[in-house]
Design a protein around this ligand. Sequence first.
Ligand code: CUA
Length: 166
Amino acid sequence: MQIWVLMVSLIFMAVIAYFFVATIKAVDGEDAVDPNDRRGKLIWGMLIAGIVITTASLWSWPHAVSDESEAIVVNATGAQWSWDIDNEELPLGKPVVFNVHTEDVTHGLGVVDETGRLLFQAQAIPGYVNKVEYVFSKAGEYRVICMEYCGLAHHDMTTEFTVGEQ
Ligand code: CUA
């Protein structure tokens, strides 16, 4: 699926680039992007820098979820207005995969630590299961909150779990 999205994006980008180049040529004549003039060098430099920076920064995406046979799997189900998680005692230092889904509207699963710092999040979208993996490095109490406005009691859509040595 992702490869098709990439292909379609690249085709659209090529079409847009074609019109840009055609417009530049129509306005300034054939040598508007001549690599030997200053403007041409700048354009080529920016293009190459853009490709290098984009490739380097996106190289590791999307992150693969680790083999679920090694990970602890938690099913997190959102519904107006509560979270149901089927495992409330999670291990320290081991991969935990959250399968995030919803029974009604879109919600946003967010996990915060005791200081209220957001550690990770995933959207709960009707008809889909989104997976997010996290390794807890500190024992303690954690809170699940909702990060997507989902109605009157959105702010109250929370639950808790603990992380400890097991
Ligand atoms: Cu569920 Cu906001």
